[in-house]
Design a protein around this ligand. Structure first.
Ligand SMILES: NC(=O)c1ccc[n+]([C@@H]2O[C@H](COP(=O)([O-])OP(=O)(O)OC[C@H]3O[C@@H](n4cnc5c(N)ncnc54)[C@H](O)[C@@H]3O)[C@@H](O)[C@H]2O)c1
Ligand SMILES: O=P(O)(O)OC[C@H](O)CO
Length: 335
């Protein structure tokens, strides 16, 4: 068996799809991107820049893009799926008829599907049951990855050979994937940290201080651990790059769209204004509702995520939300 996938397709022309495509080129792979917007594909092909979603980063001129799924997927040996979480089902339904025979998918979106409460691997298994899956997740701001700054991620698959082959395909000196066999753990960390990043942004915007942020991060990790346990995840995965690592990054940096959105909310801006006309995705806004419903269904206590959901739904204001969190009964730390 070949040790790497030489020809890749990246489904998704946003910031992260572009950064991963650039990373794969840096690793020496042939890469074809699918961008939903023809003008994005055009800009990548002619200006070698994703002017809409990752402006200012020069791209490898050998990186090609198309707005046609059939053209983008033709001949791919593996497919990186990098669309927003809520669009995954529709994108895979459209890609199914032209999916390259035998090519596995690497799921790179971070979220939980609204309505179903399904993880990305579960949505993908329903859409394309024959296609093997890996999950790529971790602390990764697209801009830094695209520039080749040192970054480490988790690549998890139930089939260890698949995970190892994806690692070998994408790994470079500065992009360091670590193989794992717990995709569910990798997904839960990556999805829930976006909701917690909004919470940390709100705390920052309210000026509640560094102690409050540390408390929120740590109790937020406890929520990730509880949901992970209920879904059979390995706690070691949740404490690794795709869990704690990504929580630290996303919940403490204004580079994060989720943290920045929370910060603006905490400073008093209205959610509708913040979302109006926005093209880039803040996954936590969508996952908050999904994780709230999932926690209820599984009987998992996730008060921080529930409060973020109530805030975003408009059923609680910021001061009532803080009051709800601070009024919770005192209890043992480890549960
Ligand atoms: N940007 C990052 O730093 C980063 C890092 C790691 C993971 N991710 C994850 O990658 C996924 C994609 O995020 P991004 O940052 O690349 O996006 P982005 O915000 O840069 O761009 C939005 C993308 O979503 C696409 N899109 C919007 N609505 C769509 C629909 N209905 N159907 C199909 N596509 C649609 C747009 O075409 C565009 O490609 C998200 O789940 C995100 O959490 C992002
Ligand atoms: O900008 P955000 O908040 O979507 O975060 C991007 C990445 O998920 C960070 O790992």
């Amino acid at each position: 068996m070949d040790t790497v996938y030489s020809n890749l397709c990246v489904l998704g022309g946003g910031a992260w799809g572009t950064a991963l495509a650039q990373t794969a080129r840096r690793a020496g792979r042939s890469v074809m991107m699918w961008a939903r917007e023809p003008e994005v594909a055009e800009a990548i092909n002619t200006r070698h820049e994703n002017t809409d979603f990752l402006p200012g980063v020069p791209l490898d001129p050998a990186l090609r893009a198309s707005a046609s799924l059939g053209e983008a997927l033709a001949g791919a040996e593996a497919v990186l799926v990098v669309c927003p979480a809520q669009a995954l089902r529709a994108v895979l339904a459209a890609a199914g008829p032209v999916w390259p025979q035998g090519a596995p998918m690497v799921l790179c979106a971070k979220g939980i599907e609204q309505g179903s409460g399904l993880l990305m691997t579960e949505v993908a298994a329903a859409a394309l049951p024959e296609v093997a899956q890996a999950v790529l997740s971790g602390p990764t701001f697209a801009h830094e990855v695209a520039l080749g700054r040192p970054t480490a991620v988790t690549v998890a698959a139930t089939d260890p050979d698949l995970a190892e082959r994806v690692v070998a395909t994408l790994g470079t000196k500065t992009f360091r994937p670590y193989a794992g066999t717990d995709p569910v753990g990798a997904e839960i960390g990556g999805a829930v940290k976006n909701v917690l990043a909004i919470a940390c942004g709100i705390v920052e915007g309210l000026g509640l201080g560094d102690n409050a942020r540390a408390a929120l991060l740590t109790r937020g990790l406890a929520e990730i651990m509880r949901l992970g346990r209920a879904r059979g995840a390995d706690p070691a995965t949740l404490a690794g790059l795709s869990g704690l690592g990504d929580l630290i990054l996303t919940a403490t940096s204004t580079q994060s769209r989720n943290f920045s959105l929370g910060l603006a909310l905490g400073e008093g801006q209205a959610l509708a204004t913040l979302l109006d006309g926005r093209r880039s995705v803040a996954e936590g806004v969508h996952t908050a509702r999904a994780v709230g419903a999932l926690a209820d269904r599984l009987g998992v206590e996730m008060p921080i995520c529930q409060v973020v959901n109530a805030l975003l739904e408009g059923t609680q204001d910021v001061s009532a939300a803080m009051d709800a969190l601070l009024s919770r009964p005192l209890r043992t730390e480890i549960d």
